[in-house]
Design a protein around this ligand. Structure first.
Ligand code: SAH
Ligand code: SF4
Ligand code: F3S
Length: 486
């Protein structure tokens, strides 16, 4: 575990300290006493299950929750029939919420058979007042609800829930300017890690709920980020993914402003680090400086996720994206010219209010021109409280479906051709895991993020190997380890 805390040295009989993170360490020590009492009473350690919904940022937050639970002494399990279950939720589209409600119903079944079980909910959904009302009314068996701004307080809230709680403990903050460092973290992969470089979003794209549930943009200092990365590398990490809703506006509000490109140059210098990825780039803020830094870098991966959302300038304007179709095309073209081996991936929404078939055609035109290496296509989902939800011309479901299917077909054809362009080449693969369906294979990724399967065993996991890409099957390669980079 990264940042393990020496809980034995903490005196839990005095008053809790006021400063962070010492306060949380204190409550972790208190919780650990509870865990020890549970173990004596039941002859086993309590089990905890952390379930993540949503994006990479949520995944990183879940690693923090896991780190705290493990430090306290809980046994982590993937089985939701556990003594403590926490759902880290997402609310970007309605289907994300529906999934959580469905799974909560199942948890209630387990709780009836295990009355000691505690259920917690955190993450983006809980920041919405309507969700909290629904939880109180229809899911009263939930024991703890907290939000995105006070995740660092998890140990303290867990202590309240374990020690005195009768009824639902709810703690939601509307916003924060606090960034608490140095809590324990349990990584999912020993060799790669996400790193938050900033929190929140100031863009207010008109369809998007993220700025409302994640608050205003706040950047961590380069010193804190670099210190974390150096620590991770010393702990076996070779690939980092720098995370933010719009990394291209990183550092603007720091007391000593730093650009994202400058941060990347500093990260590049960390010895022992092999690969650098980042997510997500807003096209309006992508600088020439960033393109040049990527081009000259040995470590920054050949992959750029550049969400398009729509190819129609009219719709882009209503989405408040602040670029036109032509500007996007010009930018993507420039990136392809400067860095020819880069993979460009994107997100597209179909069915935004007022969207016509002609608008979808415009989006398809961009797909044909940019030739995305992969594109995530989403059906527009109306999010209460966003400007788009109040727009009058919501598109009928039938029309949305037709546009979506046409776009998806095109996106898949283009991506298939793009991905296959390295057949026969020799490239580096970072092996990530033993293949789930065929244990004689391992699975990894190219610098450009394409998946490669190759013969091998668990000893390769976490290693960079040189692979000949023998055959492309749609969106992945079958390869074989070979001696040299050609
Ligand atoms: N900050 C990132 C996106 C985070 S949300 C960015 O700006 O690129 C991930 C994706 O979800 C978005 O790119 C968008 O395509 C999709 N999305 C967001 N809100 C949506 C909504 N209301 N309906 C459908 N898709 C949505
Ligand atoms: Fe949402 Fe836009 Fe912010 Fe991305 S940039 S999180 S789409 S508001
Ligand atoms: Fe979802 Fe929150 Fe991420 S809404 S996409 S988990 S920031």
């Amino acid at each position: 575990m990264y940042n393990e805390i020496a809980l034995d040295t903490i005196d839990i009989h005095r008053e809790p300290p006021m400063e962070e993170p010492a306060r949380q360490y204190y409550f972790m020590a208190k919780c650990r006493e509870w865990v020890q009492a549970f173990a004596e009473e039941n002859g086993r350690l309590p089990k905890a299950c952390v379930v993540n919904f949503g994006c990479q940022m949520n995944a990183r937050d879940s690693e923090k929750l896991s780190g705290i639970l493990e430090c306290i002494g809980f046994l982590l399990t993937g089985d939701e029939n556990a003594d403590f279950v926490i759902f880290n939720t997402c609310t970007v589209r309605d289907n994300a919420n529906q999934k959580v409600y469905g799974r909560l119903g199942e948890l209630n079944g387990y709780k009836r058979r295990n009355p000691h079980m505690k259920i917690a909910l955190c993450g983006c959904m809980t920041q919405e007042a309507a969700v909290r009302q629904k939880l109180r009314k229809s899911y009263p068996f939930v024991d703890l609800v907290f939000g995105t701004h006070n995740l660092f307080k998890f140990a303290e809230l867990l202590w309240t829930t374990l020690s005195e709680a009768d009824g639902m403990v709810v703690d939601i903050w509307e916003d924060t300017d606090q960034i608490v460092e140095d809590l324990p973290i349990e990584r999912k992969y020993p060799f790669k890690s996400g790193i938050n470089i900033m929190f929140g979003c100031n863009n207010f794209c008109s369809y998007c709920i993220v700025p409302y549930v994640r608050g205003r943009e706040r950047s961590r200092t380069p010193e804190d980020i670099l210190e974390e990365i150096r620590g991770l590398v010393a702990d076996g990490v070779v690939e980092v993914m720098l995370l933010g809703q719009n990394v291209n506006s990183y550092g603007k509000n720091l007391s000593h402003p730093v650009t994202f490109a400058q941060l990347l140059q500093k990260v590049e210098q960390v010895e022992g680090l092999k690969r650098i990825r980042f997510m997500t780039s807003h096209p309006k803020d992508l600088s020439e400086e960033l393109i040049q830094v990527m081009k000259d870098s040995k470590k920054i991966c050949r992959h750029l996720h550049l969400p398009l959302q729509s190819g129609s300038t009219r719709i882009l304007e209503r989405m408040n994206r602040r670029y036109t179709k032509e500007q996007y095309l010009e930018l993507a073209g420039r990136i392809r010219r400067e860095i020819p081996d880069i993979a460009i991936t994107t997100d597209i929404i179909v069915g935004f209010p007022g969207e016509t078939m002609e608008d979808v055609e415009e989006t398809m035109d961009v797909v044909r021109q940019v030739r995305f290496d992969n594109a995530f296509t989403f059906l527009y989902s109306k999010r209460t409280g966003t400007p788009a939800a109040a727009m009058e011309d919501q598109v009928p479901a039938g029309q949305v479906k037709e546009g979506f299917d046409r776009l998806l077909g095109l996106v898949q054809d283009t991506a298939r051709e793009q991905v296959a362009r390295y057949t026969g080449h020799v490239m580096e693969v970072l092996v990530e895991e033993v293949n789930e369906s065929d244990p004689s294979l391992v699975t990894g990724r190219l610098s450009n993020n394409t998946v490669v399967h190759l013969p091998g065993d668990a000893s390769l996991v976490g290693k960079l190997v040189t692979v000949s890409l023998e055959e492309c099957y749609g969106f992945y390669y079958m390869g074989r380890i070979c001696e040299k980079l050609r």
